[in-house]
Ligand binder design. Structure first.
Ligand code: HEC
Length: 216
């Protein structure tokens, strides 16, 4: 009956692999609330009339506490904030607004599954010496800005479209980008309703502009 045992072991191993690959491992992806989750909600959900700061009826998605009112920690499928964005025909963001990317939805699910924490010692890697447009600059814009600044989404707020190279260059040429990002006086501080970008992110954008903002 050795063969039967072998088959049994194989079936058991198969089930084990199938179940373990369906569960989240704490080691991956490393999701940091302040860097990976909050900006999604600020950029894609917190425009005025939606989930802006102070909205009690719909929920204020500009803070951890506000987001947690729609989260059941550890259970994405019981969390309204996740069930509304998941599936083939998600009800949020509302029609006409920039949709969430598959990666953003994955991050939100992973973060809720891992307990929906907001650790203050979250470490994210940010390399100031790398400042290529496609690898560094556009991803910052995609994460923190395009929900409000994309002509293909809800609107290009303030007539600024940051969803592509020429839009970003326009904002630089109009002398608007760094003032808004650095919260200089006379500019509307960006991202609107959120914290300032990290020093590392600001320095990447500044270095890229100083090097002649190549489309690289
Ligand atoms: C929640 C929506 C929202 C987010 C997120 C956001 N913006 Fe804005 N932004 C606006 C609105 C609205 C305006 C128009 C000015 C106003 O009414 O405050 C604006 C204006 C601007 C302007 C024009 C300059 C000015 O002072 O008005 C720039 C440049 C800008 N944003 C850059 C950014 C960048 C860069 C990011 C990401 C780091 C970002 N914004 C994120 C809503 C947003």
């Amino acid at each position: 009956m050795l063969r039967l045992r072998v088959v049994k072991v194989l079936v058991f191993a198969g089930i084990l692999i199938a179940t373990t690959t369906c569960t989240w491992k704490a080691s991956e992806p490393s999701v940091c609330f302040s860097e990976n989750i909050l900006p999604i909600f600020i950029s894609k959900c917190s425009m005025s009339g939606c989930h802006e700061s102070g909205s009690t009826r719909r929920g204020d998605f500009t803070t951890y506490e506000g987001i947690m009112t729609k989260v059941d920690a550890g259970h994405p499928l019981r969390s309204e904030i996740y069930t509304k964005i998941d599936g083939n025909n998600p009800s949020m963001p509302k029609k006409g607004y920039t949709t969430l990317t598959a990666q953003e939805i994955y991050y939100i699910k992973a973060w809720i599954s891992m307990g929906a924490l907001n650790p203050s010692n979250c470490v994210t890697v940010c390399d100031t010496t790398s400042f290529k447009f496609t690898e560094d600059i556009q991803p910052i814009m995609n994460t923190w800005c395009v929900g409000c600044h994309s002509t293909s989404g809800a609107s290009a707020s303030g007539n600024v479209d940051l969803s592509n190279y020429s839009g970003v260059v326009n904002a630089i040429a109009n002398n608007q980008l760094m003032g808004a990002i650095k919260h200089s006086s006379g500019f509307n501080p960006m991202p609107q309703g959120g914290n300032q970008l990290s020093n590392c992110q600001i320095s990447k954008i500044q270095s890229w502009i100083n090097s002649g903002y190549p489309n690289n």
